[in-house]
Design a protein around this ligand. Structure first.
Ligand SMILES: Cc1cc2nc3c(=O)[nH]c(=O)nc-3n(C[C@H](O)[C@H](O)[C@H](O)COP(=O)(O)OP(=O)(O)OC[C@H]3O[C@@H](n4cnc5c(N)ncnc54)[C@H](O)[C@@H]3O)c2cc1C
Length: 336
Protein backbone atom coordinates (compact mmCIF):
# COMPACT_ATOMS: atom_id res chain seq x y z
CA UNK A 1 0.00 0.00 0.00
CA UNK A 2 1.39 3.39 -1.04
CA UNK A 3 0.38 6.30 1.20
CA UNK A 4 0.66 9.90 0.06
CA UNK A 5 -0.98 13.32 0.38
CA UNK A 6 -1.91 13.60 -3.28
CA UNK A 7 -2.32 10.83 -5.86
CA UNK A 8 -1.96 12.14 -9.39
CA UNK A 9 -3.43 9.93 -12.12
CA UNK A 10 -1.34 10.65 -15.22
CA UNK A 11 2.31 11.66 -15.50
CA UNK A 12 1.92 13.86 -18.56
CA UNK A 13 3.27 17.45 -18.52
CA UNK A 14 0.38 18.69 -16.40
CA UNK A 15 0.66 15.90 -13.81
CA UNK A 16 4.42 16.53 -13.63
CA UNK A 17 3.99 20.28 -13.09
CA UNK A 18 1.37 19.59 -10.41
CA UNK A 19 4.12 17.89 -8.34
CA UNK A 20 6.01 21.19 -8.27
CA UNK A 21 2.99 23.30 -7.36
CA UNK A 22 1.92 20.85 -4.62
CA UNK A 23 5.55 20.59 -3.42
CA UNK A 24 5.74 24.33 -2.83
CA UNK A 25 2.83 23.81 -0.42
CA UNK A 26 4.59 20.83 1.21
CA UNK A 27 2.22 18.20 -0.12
CA UNK A 28 3.74 14.90 -1.26
CA UNK A 29 2.69 13.35 -4.56
CA UNK A 30 2.55 9.83 -5.98
CA UNK A 31 1.91 9.55 -9.73
CA UNK A 32 0.48 6.59 -11.58
CA UNK A 33 0.68 6.21 -15.35
CA UNK A 34 -0.29 3.36 -17.66
CA UNK A 35 2.63 4.18 -19.92
CA UNK A 36 6.10 2.90 -18.99
CA UNK A 37 7.49 6.44 -18.71
CA UNK A 38 6.54 10.00 -17.76
CA UNK A 39 5.61 12.61 -20.36
CA UNK A 40 2.14 11.63 -21.59
CA UNK A 41 1.41 12.64 -25.19
CA UNK A 42 4.74 14.49 -25.47
CA UNK A 43 6.88 11.41 -24.88
CA UNK A 44 4.53 8.91 -26.49
CA UNK A 45 3.35 10.76 -29.62
CA UNK A 46 5.76 13.59 -30.46
CA UNK A 47 9.01 13.54 -28.42
CA UNK A 48 11.11 15.01 -31.22
CA UNK A 49 8.69 17.76 -32.31
CA UNK A 50 9.40 21.40 -31.42
CA UNK A 51 6.83 23.25 -29.28
CA UNK A 52 6.63 27.02 -29.73
CA UNK A 53 4.03 28.12 -27.16
CA UNK A 54 5.61 27.31 -23.81
CA UNK A 55 6.12 30.65 -22.00
CA UNK A 56 9.78 31.57 -21.82
CA UNK A 57 10.89 29.02 -24.42
CA UNK A 58 10.76 30.36 -28.00
CA UNK A 59 11.26 26.72 -29.06
CA UNK A 60 11.63 23.51 -27.07
CA UNK A 61 11.54 19.84 -28.08
CA UNK A 62 8.68 17.96 -26.45
CA UNK A 63 10.95 15.44 -24.70
CA UNK A 64 13.22 18.25 -23.49
CA UNK A 65 10.24 19.94 -21.84
CA UNK A 66 9.36 16.65 -20.10
CA UNK A 67 12.96 16.31 -18.88
CA UNK A 68 12.85 19.87 -17.47
CA UNK A 69 9.53 19.21 -15.72
CA UNK A 70 10.95 16.05 -14.12
CA UNK A 71 14.01 17.99 -12.97
CA UNK A 72 11.86 20.83 -11.58
CA UNK A 73 9.85 18.28 -9.56
CA UNK A 74 12.93 16.52 -8.11
CA UNK A 75 13.27 18.62 -4.89
CA UNK A 76 9.88 17.30 -3.80
CA UNK A 77 10.81 13.61 -4.20
CA UNK A 78 7.72 12.40 -6.03
CA UNK A 79 7.18 8.65 -6.33
CA UNK A 80 5.84 6.88 -9.42
CA UNK A 81 4.03 3.72 -10.46
CA UNK A 82 4.45 3.15 -14.20
CA UNK A 83 2.82 0.61 -16.52
CA UNK A 84 -0.30 0.34 -14.38
CA UNK A 85 -3.76 1.76 -14.91
CA UNK A 86 -5.99 3.06 -12.14
CA UNK A 87 -9.09 0.89 -12.36
CA UNK A 88 -11.05 1.93 -9.28
CA UNK A 89 -11.35 5.05 -7.15
CA UNK A 90 -13.17 4.76 -3.81
CA UNK A 91 -13.92 7.57 -1.40
CA UNK A 92 -13.49 5.99 2.03
CA UNK A 93 -14.24 9.16 4.02
CA UNK A 94 -13.31 12.83 4.31
CA UNK A 95 -9.75 13.27 2.94
CA UNK A 96 -9.50 9.53 2.48
CA UNK A 97 -9.37 7.92 -0.98
CA UNK A 98 -8.23 4.50 -2.15
CA UNK A 99 -7.04 3.95 -5.71
CA UNK A 100 -6.44 0.45 -7.11
CA UNK A 101 -4.58 -0.39 -10.31
CA UNK A 102 -5.06 -3.26 -12.76
CA UNK A 103 -2.07 -4.95 -11.04
CA UNK A 104 -3.71 -4.52 -7.59
CA UNK A 105 -1.29 -1.80 -6.42
CA UNK A 106 -3.17 0.37 -3.91
CA UNK A 107 -2.63 4.06 -3.29
CA UNK A 108 -4.10 5.66 -0.20
CA UNK A 109 -4.34 9.46 -0.33
CA UNK A 110 -6.07 12.59 0.93
CA UNK A 111 -6.70 14.18 -2.47
CA UNK A 112 -6.97 12.74 -6.00
CA UNK A 113 -5.85 14.78 -9.00
CA UNK A 114 -6.88 13.36 -12.36
CA UNK A 115 -4.40 14.54 -14.99
CA UNK A 116 -5.32 11.74 -17.37
CA UNK A 117 -5.13 13.70 -20.64
CA UNK A 118 -7.00 11.95 -23.41
CA UNK A 119 -7.20 8.83 -21.26
CA UNK A 120 -5.12 5.67 -21.20
CA UNK A 121 -3.16 4.81 -24.27
CA UNK A 122 -4.48 1.36 -25.23
CA UNK A 123 -2.45 -0.82 -27.59
CA UNK A 124 -3.78 -1.43 -31.09
CA UNK A 125 -3.91 -5.22 -31.29
CA UNK A 126 -3.26 -7.21 -34.44
CA UNK A 127 -5.79 -9.80 -35.60
CA UNK A 128 -3.85 -12.91 -34.64
CA UNK A 129 -5.74 -15.92 -33.34
CA UNK A 130 -5.29 -16.72 -29.65
CA UNK A 131 -3.46 -13.53 -28.56
CA UNK A 132 -5.76 -12.91 -25.57
CA UNK A 133 -4.90 -16.36 -24.13
CA UNK A 134 -1.31 -15.28 -23.56
CA UNK A 135 -1.75 -11.70 -22.33
CA UNK A 136 -1.08 -10.66 -18.69
CA UNK A 137 2.31 -12.22 -18.15
CA UNK A 138 1.92 -15.33 -20.32
CA UNK A 139 4.13 -14.23 -23.20
CA UNK A 140 2.22 -11.56 -25.14
CA UNK A 141 2.94 -7.94 -24.13
CA UNK A 142 2.10 -4.72 -25.98
CA UNK A 143 4.71 -2.53 -24.24
CA UNK A 144 8.25 -3.12 -23.04
CA UNK A 145 8.24 -2.22 -19.37
CA UNK A 146 11.48 -3.93 -18.37
CA UNK A 147 13.88 -4.96 -21.18
CA UNK A 148 15.74 -7.28 -18.77
CA UNK A 149 12.69 -9.54 -18.78
CA UNK A 150 13.68 -10.55 -22.31
CA UNK A 151 17.29 -11.49 -21.54
CA UNK A 152 18.17 -14.86 -23.13
CA UNK A 153 14.61 -15.28 -24.39
CA UNK A 154 13.35 -16.03 -27.89
CA UNK A 155 11.53 -12.83 -28.72
CA UNK A 156 9.27 -11.98 -31.67
CA UNK A 157 8.59 -8.27 -32.30
CA UNK A 158 5.90 -7.19 -34.77
CA UNK A 159 5.46 -3.72 -36.31
CA UNK A 160 7.04 -1.25 -38.69
CA UNK A 161 7.16 2.08 -36.81
CA UNK A 162 9.77 3.72 -34.59
CA UNK A 163 8.77 1.74 -31.54
CA UNK A 164 9.28 -1.67 -33.23
CA UNK A 165 12.58 -0.53 -34.79
CA UNK A 166 13.95 1.02 -31.57
CA UNK A 167 13.12 -2.05 -29.48
CA UNK A 168 14.52 -4.40 -32.13
CA UNK A 169 17.85 -2.52 -31.95
CA UNK A 170 17.77 -2.44 -28.13
CA UNK A 171 16.73 -6.06 -27.57
CA UNK A 172 18.92 -7.69 -30.26
CA UNK A 173 21.97 -8.01 -27.94
CA UNK A 174 19.83 -8.96 -24.92
CA UNK A 175 17.53 -11.63 -26.37
CA UNK A 176 18.71 -15.15 -27.20
CA UNK A 177 16.98 -14.86 -30.57
CA UNK A 178 15.15 -11.86 -31.99
CA UNK A 179 12.70 -11.95 -34.89
CA UNK A 180 11.16 -8.78 -36.33
CA UNK A 181 8.02 -9.24 -38.40
CA UNK A 182 6.66 -6.46 -40.59
CA UNK A 183 3.76 -6.68 -43.02
CA UNK A 184 5.35 -4.36 -45.60
CA UNK A 185 8.67 -4.10 -47.40
CA UNK A 186 9.45 -0.59 -46.13
CA UNK A 187 9.43 0.81 -42.57
CA UNK A 188 7.69 3.99 -41.36
CA UNK A 189 10.37 4.76 -38.74
CA UNK A 190 13.40 7.05 -38.70
CA UNK A 191 15.81 6.29 -41.60
CA UNK A 192 18.72 5.93 -39.17
CA UNK A 193 16.86 3.22 -37.19
CA UNK A 194 15.91 1.44 -40.43
CA UNK A 195 19.60 1.32 -41.46
CA UNK A 196 20.60 -0.06 -38.04
CA UNK A 197 17.95 -2.80 -38.23
CA UNK A 198 19.03 -3.73 -41.78
CA UNK A 199 22.65 -3.90 -40.63
CA UNK A 200 21.76 -6.13 -37.67
CA UNK A 201 19.70 -8.33 -40.00
CA UNK A 202 22.69 -8.56 -42.39
CA UNK A 203 24.86 -9.65 -39.43
CA UNK A 204 22.17 -12.27 -38.53
CA UNK A 205 21.58 -10.59 -35.15
CA UNK A 206 17.96 -9.96 -36.11
CA UNK A 207 15.85 -12.46 -38.02
CA UNK A 208 13.94 -10.03 -40.26
CA UNK A 209 10.70 -11.21 -41.90
CA UNK A 210 9.24 -8.60 -44.26
CA UNK A 211 5.88 -8.86 -46.09
CA UNK A 212 4.81 -11.05 -43.22
CA UNK A 213 1.60 -11.16 -41.19
CA UNK A 214 0.97 -12.65 -37.77
CA UNK A 215 -1.50 -15.55 -38.06
CA UNK A 216 -1.87 -17.17 -34.65
CA UNK A 217 -0.10 -17.94 -31.40
CA UNK A 218 0.01 -21.18 -29.44
CA UNK A 219 1.35 -22.71 -26.26
CA UNK A 220 0.47 -24.61 -23.15
CA UNK A 221 -0.24 -22.03 -20.42
CA UNK A 222 2.62 -19.86 -21.75
CA UNK A 223 3.42 -18.75 -25.29
CA UNK A 224 5.48 -21.28 -27.25
CA UNK A 225 4.85 -20.62 -30.93
CA UNK A 226 4.05 -17.74 -33.27
CA UNK A 227 2.65 -18.66 -36.70
CA UNK A 228 3.25 -16.19 -39.52
CA UNK A 229 2.48 -16.02 -43.24
CA UNK A 230 4.34 -14.38 -46.10
CA UNK A 231 1.79 -12.08 -47.79
CA UNK A 232 3.28 -12.59 -51.26
CA UNK A 233 4.13 -16.29 -51.34
CA UNK A 234 1.43 -17.36 -48.81
CA UNK A 235 4.06 -19.59 -47.24
CA UNK A 236 3.40 -20.24 -43.54
CA UNK A 237 6.05 -20.61 -40.88
CA UNK A 238 6.02 -21.48 -37.17
CA UNK A 239 8.53 -19.62 -34.96
CA UNK A 240 9.31 -20.94 -31.47
CA UNK A 241 9.06 -18.01 -29.06
CA UNK A 242 8.95 -17.19 -25.36
CA UNK A 243 7.61 -13.69 -25.98
CA UNK A 244 5.66 -11.84 -28.63
CA UNK A 245 5.59 -8.03 -28.57
CA UNK A 246 3.16 -6.55 -31.13
CA UNK A 247 3.93 -2.81 -31.45
CA UNK A 248 1.20 -1.35 -33.67
CA UNK A 249 0.80 1.96 -31.82
CA UNK A 250 -1.40 3.15 -29.01
CA UNK A 251 -4.74 4.96 -29.06
CA UNK A 252 -6.16 6.87 -26.07
CA UNK A 253 -9.37 5.74 -24.35
CA UNK A 254 -11.05 7.37 -21.32
CA UNK A 255 -11.36 3.87 -19.81
CA UNK A 256 -12.22 3.37 -16.12
CA UNK A 257 -12.51 7.13 -15.37
CA UNK A 258 -15.99 6.96 -16.93
CA UNK A 259 -17.24 4.82 -14.04
CA UNK A 260 -16.21 6.95 -11.04
CA UNK A 261 -19.48 8.95 -10.70
CA UNK A 262 -17.82 12.09 -12.05
CA UNK A 263 -19.75 14.49 -14.25
CA UNK A 264 -18.56 13.71 -17.77
CA UNK A 265 -19.27 15.67 -20.92
CA UNK A 266 -18.02 14.35 -24.25
CA UNK A 267 -15.22 12.21 -22.79
CA UNK A 268 -13.97 14.98 -20.45
CA UNK A 269 -14.56 15.72 -16.75
CA UNK A 270 -16.59 18.82 -15.93
CA UNK A 271 -14.82 21.11 -13.44
CA UNK A 272 -15.35 24.36 -11.58
CA UNK A 273 -12.88 26.90 -13.00
CA UNK A 274 -12.34 28.50 -9.57
CA UNK A 275 -10.05 25.62 -8.57
CA UNK A 276 -10.62 22.77 -11.08
CA UNK A 277 -12.48 20.64 -8.57
CA UNK A 278 -14.93 18.03 -9.83
CA UNK A 279 -18.40 17.24 -8.50
CA UNK A 280 -16.76 15.00 -5.82
CA UNK A 281 -15.03 16.99 -3.01
CA UNK A 282 -11.32 16.12 -2.85
CA UNK A 283 -11.12 15.08 -6.53
CA UNK A 284 -9.68 17.55 -9.04
CA UNK A 285 -9.23 17.26 -12.82
CA UNK A 286 -6.55 19.25 -14.68
CA UNK A 287 -5.09 19.31 -18.17
CA UNK A 288 -6.64 17.78 -21.29
CA UNK A 289 -8.95 15.53 -19.24
CA UNK A 290 -11.19 18.39 -18.04
CA UNK A 291 -13.77 20.54 -19.76
CA UNK A 292 -15.26 23.97 -19.10
CA UNK A 293 -16.44 26.93 -21.15
CA UNK A 294 -13.69 28.10 -23.54
CA UNK A 295 -11.34 25.25 -22.54
CA UNK A 296 -8.15 25.12 -24.61
CA UNK A 297 -6.27 21.82 -24.67
CA UNK A 298 -2.87 23.44 -24.30
CA UNK A 299 0.01 22.63 -21.98
CA UNK A 300 0.18 26.18 -20.59
CA UNK A 301 -3.53 26.07 -19.64
CA UNK A 302 -2.87 22.80 -17.77
CA UNK A 303 -0.02 24.47 -15.86
CA UNK A 304 -2.32 27.28 -14.72
CA UNK A 305 -4.94 24.73 -13.66
CA UNK A 306 -2.29 22.85 -11.63
CA UNK A 307 -1.42 26.04 -9.70
CA UNK A 308 -5.02 26.83 -8.74
CA UNK A 309 -5.75 23.19 -7.93
CA UNK A 310 -2.77 22.98 -5.54
CA UNK A 311 -3.95 25.91 -3.41
CA UNK A 312 -7.46 24.50 -3.19
CA UNK A 313 -6.11 21.01 -2.35
CA UNK A 314 -4.01 22.55 0.44
CA UNK A 315 -7.14 24.11 1.97
CA UNK A 316 -9.03 20.81 1.61
CA UNK A 317 -6.26 18.84 3.34
CA UNK A 318 -5.65 21.51 6.03
CA UNK A 319 -9.07 22.92 6.94
CA UNK A 320 -8.87 26.11 8.98
CA UNK A 321 -5.15 26.67 8.31
CA UNK A 322 -4.51 29.86 6.36
CA UNK A 323 -1.78 29.79 3.74
CA UNK A 324 -0.30 33.01 2.43
CA UNK A 325 1.16 32.62 -1.01
CA UNK A 326 4.84 33.51 -1.29
CA UNK A 327 6.79 34.03 -4.50
CA UNK A 328 9.52 31.49 -5.27
CA UNK A 329 11.84 34.50 -5.66
CA UNK A 330 11.21 35.21 -1.97
CA UNK A 331 10.93 31.72 -0.52
CA UNK A 332 13.03 29.69 -2.97
CA UNK A 333 12.31 26.00 -3.48
CA UNK A 334 12.58 24.20 -0.15
CA UNK A 335 13.26 20.48 -0.52
CA UNK A 336 11.33 18.14 1.76
C1 LIG B 1 0.97 15.94 -32.17
C2 LIG B 1 0.60 16.88 -31.04
C3 LIG B 1 1.17 18.13 -30.98
C4 LIG B 1 0.84 19.01 -29.93
N1 LIG B 1 1.41 20.24 -29.89
C5 LIG B 1 1.15 21.08 -28.85
C6 LIG B 1 1.74 22.37 -28.76
O1 LIG B 1 2.50 22.78 -29.65
N2 LIG B 1 1.45 23.14 -27.67
C7 LIG B 1 0.60 22.73 -26.67
O2 LIG B 1 0.40 23.46 -25.69
N3 LIG B 1 -0.01 21.51 -26.75
C8 LIG B 1 0.24 20.69 -27.81
N4 LIG B 1 -0.38 19.47 -27.88
C9 LIG B 1 -1.34 19.11 -26.83
C10 LIG B 1 -0.60 18.67 -25.56
O3 LIG B 1 0.22 17.54 -25.86
C11 LIG B 1 -1.60 18.30 -24.46
O4 LIG B 1 -2.34 19.46 -24.16
C12 LIG B 1 -0.88 17.79 -23.23
O5 LIG B 1 -0.20 16.59 -23.49
C13 LIG B 1 -1.88 17.57 -22.08
O6 LIG B 1 -1.15 17.13 -20.99
P1 LIG B 1 -1.83 16.23 -19.86
O7 LIG B 1 -0.76 16.02 -18.82
O8 LIG B 1 -3.12 16.84 -19.48
O9 LIG B 1 -2.21 14.85 -20.57
P2 LIG B 1 -1.38 13.74 -21.38
O10 LIG B 1 -0.14 14.30 -21.97
O11 LIG B 1 -2.36 13.10 -22.30
O12 LIG B 1 -0.97 12.69 -20.23
C14 LIG B 1 -1.98 11.97 -19.56
C15 LIG B 1 -1.41 10.69 -19.01
O13 LIG B 1 -2.41 10.07 -18.18
C16 LIG B 1 -2.30 8.66 -18.28
N5 LIG B 1 -3.57 8.06 -17.84
C17 LIG B 1 -4.84 8.35 -18.25
N6 LIG B 1 -5.74 7.62 -17.57
C18 LIG B 1 -5.03 6.84 -16.71
C19 LIG B 1 -5.39 5.84 -15.73
N7 LIG B 1 -6.68 5.49 -15.49
N8 LIG B 1 -4.39 5.21 -15.04
C20 LIG B 1 -3.07 5.52 -15.27
N9 LIG B 1 -2.69 6.45 -16.18
C21 LIG B 1 -3.65 7.11 -16.88
C22 LIG B 1 -1.98 8.45 -19.77
O14 LIG B 1 -1.30 7.20 -19.95
C23 LIG B 1 -1.08 9.66 -20.09
O15 LIG B 1 0.31 9.34 -20.00
C24 LIG B 1 -0.09 18.60 -28.92
C25 LIG B 1 -0.66 17.32 -29.00
C26 LIG B 1 -0.33 16.46 -30.03
C27 LIG B 1 -0.95 15.09 -30.09
Amino acid sequence: MITTDIAIIGAGPVGLFAIFECGLLKMRCHLIDYLPQAGGQLSEIYPKKPIYDIPGYPIIMAQELVDHLKKQAEPFHPTFTFGERIESLEKKGERDFLLTTNMDTQVHCKVVVIAGGLGCFEPRKPEAQGLENFENGKGVAYMVLDPEKFRNKKVVLAGGGDSALDWAIFLAPIAKELTLIHRSESFRGAPDSVSKVMKLAGEKKINLLLNTNLLKVGGNGHLETVSVQNIKTKEEKIITADDLIPLFGLSPKLGPIEHWNLQIDKNAIEVNTEDYCTNIPGIYAIGDINTYKNKLKLILCGFHEAALMSHSAYKYINPGIKYTMKYTTVNGVKEF
